[in-house]
Design a protein around this ligand. Structure first.
Ligand SMILES: Cc1ncc(C[n+]2csc(CCOP(=O)(O)OP(=O)(O)O)c2C)c(N)n1
Ligand SMILES: [Mg+2]
Length: 667
């Protein structure tokens, strides 16, 4: 593996610096990118670069770009500084300051007249948007036409929350801006849950709201509210185009926000009459369109992180959505293997690392087996890569513990805030660029073989403990209803590695979170906001994006009923998600909390619904399953049908959670 010799006895990162960091930073920068890897040691190629403007502007088959991305890591060379860039900057230096030239003048894009809504559509298309989900309203009609005219697929949903969740799921999965278009305050209010979810998921959701016409603004007009100060405050950026002449500069700042910093939702409010005003625009894309990787990592800081991990006894990497977004899973695997440091996934990002890899120790947060939290608490060093250290991932901010030295590698590393400490080392970087730089450092590094093998032995024991604690299908159960763990075991056995799982909120997700094995990046879509109603719309979106992949939504009866009318959307649009509804006729998670606090759980009770009939009423297939043996047949039939399907699973209330059920003590 990696270069071998002794690291210092002292396990502290600072002491290690002298030996590991023997090369000055500029040596590494200059030489490592050009050198071949050491014999037998290949850096994983990979990790698709984001598609640039030119490709996006082309007349691509709808959805093809996005479909290529979800879960696919293509074999492309990875370099920090593209040769072309280096050359052009050099050329600029030699040529002196830029001078106006006739050639430049001749190729300068001509200015054209275009309506505001046409320009909004064009710039968002250039920024990568390929889908717009909507519930149409009179205030957004011009924009809907212009989006459709550009080839953006406009999908009409049954409710704005479903529309927003569909767009959010695709934005999360592709890393590209995806759109939801709604009308006035009523539409924006219904979409608000998607804005909040996109914020917690760091997803580039674009919310386009048709606002009342300018002349009526401020008069408490029909369905009017201050969309920027109100619902827009949930977004990372919000603006309203009050003056058509400002449209281009507002759009430029919107596109810049989408392309830089921590991704998040933006809201653009467009008064109805402004959409139709013609303005003069240059026929070009706005600066800052997505298409490049995020910020490069500071090489010295990277080296310090590598050293910290290399010198650790019980180091661990916690990896999150930033790694998925950067398509950097293969690089993370390589780093983890080279350093012999195991990986724990951030909450709701279980597909960030192959779950069957010997270095994978589970997902943090709600439903994590006890082994995960213990391992995080025991860590002397944690490197958080591409994750925002959410309340859930950090087990209510208990991780990292006071005795843990930790690094935060993220596009927006955590400062000391709200009583929380700042990291020992902070690296503001795109995850893939950090991993590239870390790999370069590793090749020059000297690793202590003894420490490495101690880490390997510990990881093997930790992996075994995690594996044992994360099996969910044990025990015999003859009903009533299904054994939820066995349902998950069946999914594990039947679904191909590239199947996409989406999840709703609720305890039924616990069996999947603990027991399913994600083997490929891009195979899970879940809301870090814990929003109910997400599962089905997300699976509709995943199936629309790539109809050849199986998309399975994991829902409870409560969460599914919040968006079950989107089954009709799926049927109409030719998507074919499979929805598993675990029906315990209650808001089970809340009932559990109420019982634990000694309260009555009556307010969490729900009545029976025939969800299979609900499916059939909307043109989908419906299966009613009340025992374990029937599930696999229904699943296989649903897969083979390529139709939208609901598998309604009766679940006895004795199955309280993945930690508390009728067999908990027997097992
Ligand atoms: C939109 C929304 N409202 C309320 C909640 C609070 N909440 C979390 S889980 C849950 C119950 C979910 O019930 P169900 O979908 O049937 O799943 P179960 O817990 O029964 O498995 C509720 C109400 C939430 N997370 N999201
Ligand atoms: Mg329920």
């Amino acid at each position: 593996m990696v270069a071998q010799s002794a690291l210092p006895e002292d396990a502290s990162g600072e002491a290690a610096e002298e030996i590991v960091g023997a090369h000055p930073a500029h040596d590494l920068l200059a030489s490592d990118l050009l050198e071949a890897p050491p014999a037998g040691e290949e850096f994983p190629t990979a990790d698709e670069e984001l598609v640039g403007d030119e490709e996006l502007a082309g007349d691509k088959e709808l959805g093809a770009t996005a479909a290529d991305e979800l879960g696919r890591e293509e074999e492309t060379a990875a370099t920090d500084v593209p040769a072309g860039d280096a050359l052009s900057s050099q050329t600029r230096l030699e040529a002196g300051p830029p001078r106006p030239s006739p050639v430049v003048e001749a190729t300068r894009p001509a200015s054209v007249r275009r309506t505001v809504s046409a320009e909004v559509a064009r710039q968002l298309h250039r920024a990568g948007a390929r889908y717009c989900f909507t519930v149409p309203g009179e205030a957004i009609l011009p924009l809907l036409d212009d989006l459709g005219a550009l080839g953006i697929r406009v999908v009409t949903a049954r409710h704005e929350s479903g529309a927003a969740f569909m767009a959010e799921a695709l934005a999360q999965a592709t890393g590209r801006p995806q759109l939801v278009a709604v009308s006035r305050t009523v539409g924006a209010s219904n979409a608000a849950i998607g804005i909040h979810t996109a914020s917690q998921d760091s997803a580039p959701l674009v919310v386009l709201v048709g606002q009342v016409e300018r002349a009526f603004l401020g008069r408490e007009a029909f369905q009017e509210s201050d969309l920027v100060k109100g619902i827009g405050s949930l977004a990372a950026w919000a603006s309203q185009v009050d003056d058509p002449d400002q449209a281009v500069s507002i759009l430029a700042s919107a596109v810049r926000r989408l392309a830089t910093g921590r991704p998040g939702p933006i809201l653009l409010s467009l008064p109805r009459d402004v959409q139709e005003v013609e303005i003069e625009v240059r026929d070009t894309s706005l600066p800052g369109s997505p298409g490049t990787r995020g910020p490069a990592a500071d090489r010295l800081a990277v080296r310090r992180v590598v050293k910290l991990l290399a010198a650790s006894e019980r180091g661990v990497i916690v990896a999150g959505g930033g790694v998925l977004r950067a398509r950097a899973t293969k690089r993370l695997v390589a780093l983890s293997e080279a350093l012999a440091v195991p990986v724990i996934a951030a909450w709701r990002r279980p597909d960030v690392f192959p779950n069957d890899h010997p270095n994978y120790l589970g997902m943090a947060g709600i439903w994590a087996p006890a082994t995960v939290r213990r391992r995080l608490e025991d860590a002397d060093v944690i490197a958080f890569i591409g994750t925002r250290l959410s309340e859930v991932t950090t087990h209510q901010y208990a991780i990292p513990g006071p005795g843990t030295r930790w690094a935060h590698v993220d596009i927006q590393p955590r400062p000391a805030a709200a009583g929380l400490p700042a990291p020992t080392i902070s690296v503001e970087a795109d995850a893939s660029r950090f991993l590239d730089a870390a790999w370069s450092d590793l090749r020059a590094a000297a690793l202590d073989n003894e420490m490495r093998s101690r880490r390997e032995a510990r990881t093997a024991a930790d992996r075994e403990a995690y594996r044992a604690a994360s099996e969910v299908g044990q025990g015999t159960w003859s009903g009533p209803g299904v054994h939820p763990g066995r349902v998950v075991d069946t999914l594990r056995r039947v679904l191909p590695d590239n199947a996409v799982i989406t999840t709703d909120a609720g305890n039924m997700g616990g069996w999947v979170a603990r027991g399913y094995r994600f083997r490929r990046a891009g195979t899970f879509i879940g809301p870090a906001s814990g929003a109910m109603g997400f599962g089905l719309p997300a699976a509709v979106a995943a199936s629309l994006q790539d109809p050849d992949r199986i998309a399975v939504a994991i829902c409870g009866d409560g969460g599914f009923a919040m968006s079950m009318m989107e089954l009709e959307t799926a049927v109409r649009e030719g998507a074919h998600p499979i929805v598993l509804v675990f029906d315990n006729e209650r808001y089970g998670t809340i009932a559990m909390g109420q019982s634990r606090e000694g309260r009555s759980s009556a307010t969490s009770d729900l009545g029976p619904v025939d969800f299979a009939a609900v499916a059939r009423a909307q043109g989908a297939l419906g299966f009613s399953i009340s025992d374990d043996d029937a599930f696999e047949g229904a699943l296989r039939e649903a897969i083979a049908s390529r139709q939208t399907s609901v598998i309604h699973l009766a679940l006895d209330r004795a199955w309280v959670s993945v930690d508390e059920g009728p067999l908990s003590t027997a097992d």
